[in-house]
Design a protein around this ligand. Structure first.
Ligand code: KIV
Length: 263
């Protein structure tokens, strides 16, 4: 049976963590969900790991539609979330609806949108019209030039307060899930406790309702320096399937992320 938003919400209510990995094709969709991954995120990180770009800014709507279709073809069980790429939703709620509907038509069950309070109206517009939304705050890679690099967010009193307020507003606007990327673990815990929707952490400590990593990162395929929050699950595994299964167990039992992965 297909995992839905309701399944995820119930898992959280039963104190069971759910697992998320990025996925960009049919073969990995099947492998990941057979190993127990609950949510496949068709991330615009495909700009980095598939296209070899330094940022996600050049990823197009057609790229996301194509890879969503690939993932959907290989998936029978997982919940599928697809990133809306840069420039496909920021102009207006109407623009966001037009493009999000194409992503859902390609097989996604939810779209993910980066940004805080500025995205509240758009999230309300989409969710009131039948498009489920996952919000994404903290390190939002599509704003990389504004943020000045891939670095910790919410580490001052003022910015932490802003992120907490953003999270509350996005939930109120209709977001069903919230990704928090590279924020202090203490803040992520506070935000998780303040919301009734599940939070998904990446570099946000162990107290989120779920964890996500970029597939290529957790398979040890990173070229260059490994970020603090990434664990190479291939290091102790004999196969990709075993590495994914170990990630599932580590997240569900609270062993990953450890203190060494948090800020
Ligand atoms: O694009 C992506 O892979 C993401 C995750 C890092 C959360 O948004």
């Amino acid at each position: 049976m297909r995992i839905t938003q309701t399944t995820l919400q119930k898992m959280v209510e039963n104190n069971e963590k759910f697992t998320v990995l990025t996925c960009y094709d049919a073969t990995f969709a099947t492998i990941l969900e057979n190993a127990g991954i609950d949510v496949l995120l068709v991330g615009d990180s495909l700009g980095n790991v598939l296209h070899g770009e330094n940022t996600t800014l050049s990823v197009t709507l057609n790229d996301m539609i194509y890879h969503t279709r690939c993932v959907a073809h290989g998936s029978r069980k997982a919940f599928i979330i697809t990133d809306m790429p840069f420039g496909s939703y920021q102009v207006s709620p109407e623009q966001a609806f037009e493009n999000a509907s194409k992503i859902l038509a390609a097989g996604a069950h939810m779209v993910k949108i980066e940004g805080g309070q500025i995205m509240a109206d758009t999230i309300q517009f989409l969710t009131q019209r039948g498009i489920p939304v996952c919000a994404h705050i903290g390190l939002t890679p599509q704003s990389i030039h504004q943020l000045g690099g891939y670095k910790l967010q919410g580490n001052s009193e003022k910015s932490a307060k802003q992120l907490l307020n953003d999270a509350k507003l996005l939930e109120k606007s209709g977001a069903s899930l919230l990704v928090m990327e590279v924020v202090p673990a203490k803040l992520a815990k506070k935000i998780t406790q303040a919301l009734s929707i599940p939070t998904i952490g990446i570099g946000a400590g162990a107290n989120c309702a779920a964890q996500v990593l970029v597939l290529h990162d957790m398979l040890g395929l990173i070229q260059g320096k490994k970020p603090r929050f990434v664990k190479d699950f291939m290091a102790d595994a004999k196969s990709i399937q075993e590495a994914i299964a170990n990630y599932v167990t580590a997240v569900k039992t609270g062993q990953f992320p450890g203190k060494e992965h948090e800020f």
